[in-house]
Ligand binder design. Structure first.
Ligand SMILES: [Zn+2]
Length: 214
């Protein structure tokens, strides 16, 4: 699974340096490369929605805030609740995204950078759901977020911002299966099983936003 960032001009730094403790047993993850992928994913997904959202939903778009990386319980509180280790979330009351850097690193190590893109595009999907009329939000909200993630990443690929390679979906499915239930973010009861998640993601890739709505 490889989603390569092709845009070179957007790697500006935010002035925020992420430091995380070294992993004792697993091979080291290049944290700097991962942080670059996170920024590229944010720019790619936000860029997709900035152009498509007003067109498709006929209303103005303003992106969510990106609180970004945290570790364990030191993330931003949402609705009075502390952050959860190995999770990523969209906080509706605060309209922001945040993710545990160790959740990112776990998938980054197992499969590579596409993991980062999936997580950020999925959480962005929840931000999009929060901007939609209630009747456009699926009761299977997690699978819809996966579908919207597929639509956004495919759209960004069409725009030439990122590249998705053949076989990415299969590798994604394997990853989701491998880590199912390991982390809150991949809890099967919350999110659906790996096959359902991959199918939803692929619907968005092949059918775009309309395939995810209604
Ligand atoms: Zn979700």
């Amino acid at each position: 699974m490889r989603v390569f960032a092709l845009i070179l001009g957007i790697f500006f730094l935010t002035g925020c340096t992420v430091t995380t403790p070294a992993e004792p047993e697993a091979p080291a993850v290049d944290r700097s490369a991962m942080a670059t992928d996170e920024r590229t994913a944010v720019d790619a997904v936000n860029g997709f929605w900035r152009t498509r959202f007003p067109r498709v939903f006929d209303q103005p778009y303003r992106g969510p805030r990106v609180a970004g990386a945290y570790t364990g319980t030191n993330g931003p509180r949402c609705g009075g609740q502390p952050s959860v280790a190995f999770n990523a979330y969209y906080c509706r009351p605060g309209d922001y995204l945040a993710w545990d850097e160790e959740l990112m690193a776990a998938g980054y190590r197992q499969i590579g950078d596409a993991w980062v893109y999936l997580i950020i595009a999925h959480e962005w999907g929840h931000a999009i759901q929060a901007r939609l009329e209630a009747d456009l939000v699926s009761v299977a909200a997690e699978l819809q977020a996966d579908c919207l993630a597929g639509a956004a990443l495919q759209g960004a690929a069409q725009d030439g911002v990122i590249a998705i390679e053949p076989g990415d979906a299969e590798e994604l499915a394997q990853t989701l299966a491998a880590v199912a239930d390991d982390y809150p973010w991949t809890d099967v009861s919350d999110h659906g099983n790996a096959e359902q998640r991959t199918d939803a993601f692929n619907s968005g890739v092949s059918g775009g936003i309309p395939a995810c709505i209604g």
